[in-house]
Design a protein. Structure first.
Length: 54
């Protein structure tokens, strides 16, 4: 099942959105974006809680 993570879902004003069928890859790419762009971090579990099924 495909899931989507958006920065806006975490309260960050940013147009970033990622979709993937693999939870590990989805969380990893989102973590990289958060660290590199926003200098923030979230755990895999926190990120996956914000993910929506699409």
């Amino acid at each position: 099942m495909t899931k989507e993570i958006e920065c806006r879902a975490s309260g960050i004003d940013c147009p970033f959105m990622i979709r993937d069928e693999d939870d590990n890859e989805l969380a990893s790419l989102a973590q990289q974006h958060l660290q590199n762009t926003h200098h923030k971090s979230m755990s895999r579990e926190e990120l996956l809680r914000t993910a929506k099924e699409v």
